[in-house]
Ligand binder design. Structure first.
Ligand SMILES: [Zn+2]
Ligand SMILES: [Zn+2]
Length: 89
């Protein structure tokens, strides 16, 4: 059984523990142990999600499939670039 591992967060320099269950998961996935505390990892995940997540949506105007950063359940009408520029031009 793996032991608790003490690590220092590269982001906020706080010490944090990697619990054995977590260490096992990283080990199974052949991933290195995290360099950041859970709080900083959470922050980073949220930031990544906001910047990078792309969803498949259907343009509400012309019906063509497109990728957008809007969440699938976002309550907006989503338009593809073509339709968007039609309004502008
Ligand atoms: Zn941290
Ligand atoms: Zn369209």
């Amino acid at each position: 059984m793996a032991q608790q591992t003490k690590r220092m967060c590269t982001e906020c320099s706080k010490e944090f523990l990697v619990i054995p269950q977590e260490a096992t998961i990283y080990d199974e996935k052949k991933l290195p142990l995290p360099d950041q505390c859970p709080a900083c990892r959470h922050k980073r995940r949220m930031a990544l999600r906001n910047e990078r997540a792309l969803h498949r949506r259907i343009c509400t105007t012309c019906g063509s499939p497109m990728l957008t950063t809007y969440a699938p359940d976002a309550p907006y009408a989503i338009e593809c670039q073509k339709c968007f520029w039609k309004h502008v031009g």
